[in-house]
Design a protein around this ligand. Structure first.
Ligand code: GLC
Length: 661
């Protein structure tokens, strides 16, 4: 926060002027909860100065800035007054345990409600399934009211306060949040705040010619200005359309549309937009959402002459939202979705900004190492890029609803003698199955003929070789694919942060090509990994020989063990140099327990010398936690192809705790 000398006083003075007026306006509501009002005021005083500074940076130049401040304060109080008794209690609880999400008990799943259970009522029936799996974090993909037909999988929101009627109602959602919380599961939802759909009431009023709402979006009559912006922008969906602007006959203007033409970017330089979206954010928090996934954070501020990504104001806006949540809904934390260069991605992660962040670098490099059977880029990048500020943590995923993009740092690659562009081309060939001998079956996503960029779609299992192996009816290949999948899952669960499973992956879901015959989906290959759940393949299989059963129970085993291990608390992780190019190894732990985790990215047995093990801290005989095998100190260790070992090197006997062995 870049604070000028006069600001603390100015912040204090404005609050001293504004608060009594609002206390009077809300006197009736406040008087019935004096204790709680004091809590609220304490938080307000604590966060106000930084909120003031952020707002001043964003809107201080406007003649009516004091009005903006008043509106912000008014919204804060209003939203807080709307908060249910249960959530106020949760606020208290979370304030006494602010880093609750760093716990070893966190384990997540993300799903589309319609594909998983048709609707919210159906989802509620499946809470026991989540409990059986061991999940404590449930992310529902966007489920708001959206345009019929194309809506970017729900990311074109027409109304943040209405659930898509096919899925249920807002009341059902908040009841679901309560029901989940009772079972120790936190509800996670998207906050799609870069854009709305072109059917949102603000867009409709803009179309109707209301200047106030036209100013909610970024629209231009002047094509030369559009061209000047465009010069520096990259295309996000190049195979769908070129450029970031859409001409609208109804407006007789160009509209800024970073993603699809029906997703209109919001104009955050207008304080009314900030206010309106702040209200929507707090409204969602008041439905019982404990983690808000901040969608497409990189794009929310535009500046002529730049690529309009990761602008300083984008951070300021998120920090202002963070302060608002800390005041009016402190049980809510943010997760950043920044699929950008690793250095830029890290800048969104801070206790005052997004406490959680997806870890797209780890995800991409796990796939990179799987293709090459070498872990040098993975290890090197993790060594110097994974440090997060205290109180923050990664959300580790191997697959999600989106594509895989190769967002590693070019310098990292060059440092290791890897040509970054050539390597990306290799990875794309490998994962689309073009590369000779590739085990993967993925689909190309958003090929850009201008620069050769390409991303990859496909399910975890199909990309890891299961689809090809099953097609070839080759048991050895199947076994290899199963091991690859389980090894990546073990890393995801153990490396530090919240493991997030993409629903279907717990039982080995394969690609589903039926989207190709649906005109609203055919041009977006991400639908290949967004398929309807086959319940018959999931949970209740009693046939322990099936792959689905094995996958599901392996997942349960990993989650269960994670929750028992003090070493899994917090995000800390240190890389270990095994001296073997095919192994990826790290230490997780703290004073209570230390684990040495070793993963073999090749199909062949690999060795680690006794000296390297000792250097990593294995100075006594040590137990592997899944197998119970004791590795004697002072001896070389052998790890089979695509296997993983979780070795307790703290001299602590875990044997009796590992019922699942
Ligand atoms: C995020 C979502 C993606 C969507 C985009 C636009 O990146 O993950 O699915 O297309 O935002 O909202």
């Amino acid at each position: 926060m870049d604070r000028q000398e006069w600001q603390p006083d100015a912040a204090r003075n404005s609050l001293a002027r504004l608060l009594p007026r609002l206390e009077q306006a809300y006197a009736k509501e406040i008087v019935s909860r004096p204790m709680r009002w004091n809590h609220f005021k304490n938080r307000l005083h604590r966060e106000w100065e930084r909120l003031f500074v952020y707002l001043h940076q964003l809107y201080g130049w406007q003649y009516d800035f004091f009005y903006t401040l008043e509106q912000v304060l008014d919204r804060l109080i209003k939203c807080w007054l709307d908060r249910s008794g249960q959530l106020l209690q949760l606020d208290d609880q979370r304030e006494s345990e602010p880093c609750w999400y760093l716990s070893e008990s966190m384990a997540g799943i993300v799903l589309y409600v319609d594909l998983f259970s048709n609707n919210l009522a159906g989802l509620r029936q499946h809470i026991p399934y989540f409990e059986k799996l061991g999940v404590t974090y449930l992310h529902l993909m966007p489920l708001f009211s959206v345009p019929h037909g194309e809506n970017d999988g729900g990311y074109a929101v027409s109304d943040y306060r209405a659930i898509n009627p096919d899925l249920g109602t807002m009341e059902e959602l908040s009841q679901l949040a309560d029901a989940l919380r009772e079972r120790g599961i936190s509800l996670v939802l998207d906050f799609v705040f870069n854009h709305t759909s072109d059917e949102h009431v603000w867009a409709q009023r803009a179309k109707a010619g209301e200047a106030e709402f036209l100013n909610y979006y970024l629209t231009y009559t002047d094509r030369t200005l559009v061209d000047r912006f465009q010069e520096h922008l990259r295309d996000i969906f190049p195979s769908v359309r070129k450029g970031s602007f859409t001409w609208r006959d109804d407006l007789q203007r160009w509209v800024w549309t970073t993603f699809n033409s029906y997703q209109w970017d919001l104009n955050y330089s207008n304080p009314a937009v900030f206010l309106a979206m702040a209200e929507e954010m707090l409204f969602l928090a008041n439905q019982g959402v404990e983690v808000l996934r901040l969608d497409a954070v990189a794009f929310i501020w535009k500046r002529l002459g730049t690529n309009c990504e990761n602008q300083p104001e984008a951070h300021t806006i998120i920090r202002a939202f963070n302060a608002l949540a800390k005041i009016a809904a402190p049980a809510t934390v943010f997760k950043s979705e920044a699929i950008v260069h690793p250095d830029e991605m890290l800048r969104y992660v801070h206790p005052d900004e997004c406490q959680l962040s997806y870890n797209p670098l780890l995800m991409a490099l796990l796939w990179e190492a799987l293709a090459t059977r070498e872990t040098k880029l993975l290890t090197y990048s993790m060594q110097h890029r994974e440090r997060l500020p205290f109180g923050c943590c990664w959300v580790n995923f191997v697959r999600c609803h989106d594509d895989i993009g190769w967002t590693f740092d070019d310098r990292d690659a060059r440092d290791l003698g890897i040509d970054p562009q050539g390597h990306r081309k290799f990875l794309n060939d490998f994962y689309t199955g073009k590369y000779p001998g590739s085990f993967a079956r993925g689909m190309p996503f958003q090929f850009n003929p201008e620069n050769g960029d390409l991303r990859i779609s496909g399910t975890f299992s199909s990309l890891a070789g299961l689809e090809v192996a099953i097609e070839q009816q080759d048991d050895d290949l199947i076994e290899q694919a199963v091991r690859r999948i389980n090894m990546l899952r073990s890393i995801q669960v153990s490396i530090g942060g919240i493991p997030l499973l993409y629903a279907g992956d717990e039982y080995g879901m394969l690609n589903d090509y039926t989207f190709l015959s649906d005109a609203t989906k055919a041009n977006d290959s991400r639908w290949v990994h967004r398929s309807r759940r086959k319940w018959e393949d999931a949970e209740d299989r009693t046939d322990t020989d099936t792959l689905e059963w094995r996958f599901f129970h392996e997942m349960v085993k990993l989650f269960t063990l994670r929750k028992k291990l003090p070493a899994m608390r917090n995000g800390g992780m240190e890389m270990v140099d095994t001296g073997n190019a095919h192994l990826f190894a790290y230490i997780r732990g703290n004073q209570e327990q230390r684990l040495l985790i070793i993963n073999n990215f090749s199909e062949l047995d690999q060795r680690v010398s006794a000296a390297r093990l000792a250097a990593a801290g294995m100075t006594e005989n040590a137990h592997e936690l899944f197998s119970g095998i004791v590795f004697p100190a002072g001896e070389e260790l052998t790890i089979e192809g695509y296997r993983y070992l979780w070795i307790d090197i703290s001299g602590r006997r875990m044997a009796e705790e590992n019922a699942d062995k």
